[in-house]
Design a protein around this ligand. Structure first.
Ligand code: 3PG
Ligand code: MG
Length: 394
């Protein structure tokens, strides 16, 4: 995008402004902040700027107030210091814009055909612009009308600076990583991250499971996990990953101590226990202090750290110590560190380490799929357009 002359052009930017909203206000602005340089560049160039995004997962064809982009339009107006009208009839009537104007389109997922990458809808988006910019890294793993089809049919399609920066940073961590490479994969379920665990276990020197995922590994190592969240059917898979790591001369570390509670609630008392002392009515909610120190030591020696998913239920302070110690160890480490995913960014915010992480990704699902080595459909589309252009000019 930055190589194009955008003056006077209608520039349609697909961004990922899917942010948490509460009572009509944006509650975490990481994604909006990351998108601002792209918008500012276009405005400075004198483009007519049209921004589009999805928010949440509304039912197509049923616009609903709770999924409106209104709070994002308000936020943008404020930080840009100029009006950012929210436009909802853009499929009926092409919006009128002057150079240096910016509008935000209402939630693209209100449009029937968005998620199925419908060609007619894609062409309608494409007809809004002279230049289509795909900048939504966080949604680049979705082949939808606004992320994929629109780019196929627009007069010119290009990658936005945020998308490009994300791919470069993640590529650096993955393709020529300083070793040892450590990946922390937390979150609630092994099942949702099985493919990423599998592919990462082959790529990294050390894989550290955290959160609910770790419980399945603890069970796979033969310990009682009591009432904890655990996926019993995936124990054999966890065992296989542990053996695979051993065969490669590494190991998947199992916590030596854990923090337990009796109920999933903000006021349930926390109890530190050795991993072999978990009772039948215990639920594991965090790693214990000894384990946290072990993990911190691994961070200190790492060359590259990839972090997706907290190691405990850190939204409850009594179960946040493991994630806090880990955050601080990542911040203090000299490794090239990358953090991505909604919960991870919330932890980064909570423990105030944002400026000491080398790169913060706006992607959750996209970040994981990229790490798995999957081709992101939106990126694939952009590459295709690039080659078509090359071939037609040569
Ligand atoms: C995300 O938050 O993961 C992205 O914005 C993509 O949203 P989706 O998972 O609803 O497609
Ligand atoms: Mg997602």
């Amino acid at each position: 995008m930055t190589g194009l002359d955008l003056a006077g052009k209608r520039v349609l930017i697909r961004q990922d402004l899917n942010v948490p909203v509460k009572d009509g206000k944006v509650t975490s602005d990481q994604r909006i902040k990351a998108s601002l340089p792209t918008i500012r560049h276009c405005l400075e160039q004198g483009a007519c700027v049209i921004v589009m995004s999805h928010l949440g997962r509304p039912t197509e064809g049923q616009p609903a107030e709770e999924f409106s982009m209104r709070p994002v339009a308000d936020y943008l107006s404020e930080v840009l210091g100029q009006p950012v009208p929210l436009v909802d009839d853009y499929l009926q009537e092409s919006p009128t814009l002057n150079a240096g104007d910016i509008i935000l389109l209402e939630n693209v997922r209100f449009n029937t055909g968005e998620k199925s990458n419908d060609e007619a809808l894609s062409r309608q988006y494409a007809a809004l612009c002279d230049v289509y910019v795909m900048d939504a890294f966080g949604t680049a793993h979705r082949a939808q009308a606004s992320t994929h089809g629109a780019g196929q049919f627009a007069p010119v399609a290009c990658a936005g600076p945020l998308l490009a920066a994300e791919l470069e940073a993640l590529g650096k961590a993955l393709n020529e990583p300083a070793s040892p490479v450590v990946a922390i994969v937390g979150g609630s379920k092994v099942s949702t991250k099985l493919t990423v665990l599998d592919s990462l276990s082959e790529k990294v020197d050390q894989l550290i499971p955290g959160g609910g995922i770790a419980n399945t590994f603890i069970a796979a190592a033969g310990y009682n996990v009591g009432n904890s969240l655990v996926e019993t059917d995936l124990i054999p898979e966890a065992q296989r990953l542990m053996e695979q790591a051993k065969a490669q001369g590494g190991e998947i570390p199992i916590p030596v101590d854990v923090v337990c509670g009796k109920a999933f609630s903000a006021d349930t008392p926390a109890e530190i226990k050795a991993v072999d002392q978990v009772a039948d009515d215990d639920m594991i909610f965090d790693i214990g202090p000894q384990t946290a120190q072990q993990f911190a030591a691994i961070m200190a020696k790492a060359g590259t750290i990839v972090w997706n998913g907290p190691v405990g239920v850190f939204e409850f302070d009594q179960f946040g110590e493991g994630t806090k110690v880990l955050s601080e160890a990542i911040a203090a480490s000299n490794a090239f560190s990358i953090a991505g995913g909604g919960d991870t960014l919330a932890a980064v915010d909570k423990y105030g380490i944002a400026d000491r992480v080398s790169y913060i990704s706006t992607g959750g699902g996209a970040f994981l799929e990229y790490l798995e080595g999957k081709v992101l459909p939106a990126v694939d589309m952009l590459e295709q357009r690039y080659h078509d252009q090359e071939n037609s000019t040569s």
